[in-house]
Design a protein around this ligand. Sequence first.
Ligand SMILES: [Zn+2]
Length: 84
Amino acid sequence: MLKVLIILGGIYFIYRHFKSKMLDGMGMDSGSEPQRGAADDVMVQDPECGVYFPLREGVSARINGKTVNFCSTECRDAFLKKQG
Ligand SMILES: [Zn+2]
């Protein structure tokens, strides 16, 4: 019985860890900005659709003085519309 509890505890811990990571990825605050100036094939996350893509294959836009990278012009336009 004790073993079952330990296993369930482990599953719960992994679940919580995974869930918080998911929420981080979907978060709209600008806390985690992709680092620039490194290799140009670095993977970055599209803040609009949440997909990861190679930086050089995406499109970028200056928003409030920050460079934001998107996987496509569609995502960039959708994101810009939401900025008002
Ligand atoms: Zn996208």
